[in-house]
Design a protein around this ligand. Sequence first.
Ligand code: FAE
Length: 528
Amino acid sequence: MAALQTAATLGFTRVGLASARAAEPDAVDSAPAIVVGSGYGGAVAALRLGQAGIRTLVLEMGRLWNTPGADGKVFCSTANPDRRSMWFRTRTEAPLATFLWLDVVNKDISPYPGVLDRVRFADMSVFLGRGVGGGSLVNGGMAVTPLQSYFAEQFPAVDVTEMYSTYFPRARAMLGVNSIDPAWFESTEWYRFSRVSRKHAANTGLKTTFVPNVYDFGHMQREAAGTATRSALGQEVIYGNNHGKRSLDKTYLASALGTGNVTLHTMEKVKSVSRAGDGTWVLTADRFDDTGAVVETKQYGCTYLFLGAGSLGTSELLVRARETGTLPALDASVGAGWGPNGNVMLGRANHLWDTVGANQSTMPVMGIDDWANTANPVFAEIAPLPTGLEHWVSLYLAITKNPQRASFTYDSATGGVKLGWTAAQSAVSMRMAKKLFDRINSANSTIYRYDLFGSADKVFADDFTYHPLGGCVLGKATDNYGRVKGYSKLYVTDGSLVPGNIGVNPFVTITALAERTMARVLAEDTAP
Ligand code: FAE
């Protein structure tokens, strides 16, 4: 973190290029390489460019989350959210909107560049992390490597042996993936909720599996013992973890800034990309303040441009560039192949004797794995619902093998994009989740919870996703290594490469694919 703070305060310099391998483009604020976004794809690109001695500028629209507020904490708690919780909102918009149908979850807040965003399209809303580290700041840390056979199905042109022997292990090592001690899991009150769901799955004849995480389980055990400040055990997650989580600012990005070649600009949103006659990439970015007011519009130039703005951010930038004519040669498939990873959230009501515990860790460590069921493939994460009270709810985030896909289209009225995903497409995921959980309810004589998702009697939350994927799919809008078709020296490294579904939580896959892209690009495209 120290490295991150120091380098981030340096600001962007008009770089001396003695150490860089590429020639400096002829623009005012320029760097050999620019990375847009600092989530998984952006962080991998920044580190590997920096290590290769290439001066790199990272542009991130969110804040650097390193300054404590009046309460001494960087992030606010889920139970008591304040302006730090959400991206320019007057009221929080948590995924679980209600409890016992009561509007007790969401709170009024003042607008601020908070850490969690919810982007609403007509029939689908998408939760995103905003800030240095992107989704790693707000996510549940579940670090899952997909089933090799399904990865091969989704990426038929990728060498799976190389992925599973080189890039997945590299990604896991850098991300700091670790696993819960099984003996502690069996004994601690903090995972009683997982053990109850495991029992109900076993009663149904279903298999459960432990899932690794980037949260430091040593820290978590110290939290339980009372020797470390509580974060996962203090109800912190979707609005940020103050301790314990190895988010990207502590892993990839700290190392990237540690190379001395990477500079970071925060609160700058890239709004357009074009190409000058000499091949220089030209970016326009709005720098804004804590009220959201634009205080400066900046221009940047670079030779190599890496897009890591996430599935929504990268798709929007490229669709806009193609449709407004700044990058007319982009492929027609840019904007296509989007899916929500088949996400459906739901709750079950347990019998009175099946208590899930007032104390629940916010980091999920187990899933129900029914992916091998070809008639209805589902992987369901056993999710916590930490309220500090016994509520008898078993909560799940189901990932279903929904084959439906949608496209982004340019909206000339707003300058943004629309997403063509429909409620009927979500219903495909919902039916798959329902099939699995009807079996679990039937085997355990339990019922669904009807009170958790805002509108009356809504059981399946299939209208939001944590896992936006696609929009610039590998091998379609790009070549097999993330090089964008139609232009040279333009790359995508984020979740927009994944074709809508990967069967498990996606950040390990996004990271490993970005590692693969960077290895190839640095070997072939940037040689002196
Ligand atoms: P992402 O991490 O979203 O980073 C994109 C970055 O670009 C962000 O920092 C943006 O602010 C920035 N940006 C966007 N547009 C612009 C622009 N125009 N100019 C400048 N900056 C821009 O992208 N996944 C798991 O594998 N395990 C989990 O347990 C898990 N839990 C989740 C829980 C929640 C509540 C959420 C929201 C997500 C969860 N995810 C989880 C999903 C995971 O965080 C997500 O797949 C990755 O963060 C996507 O990585 P990308 O690099 O694609």
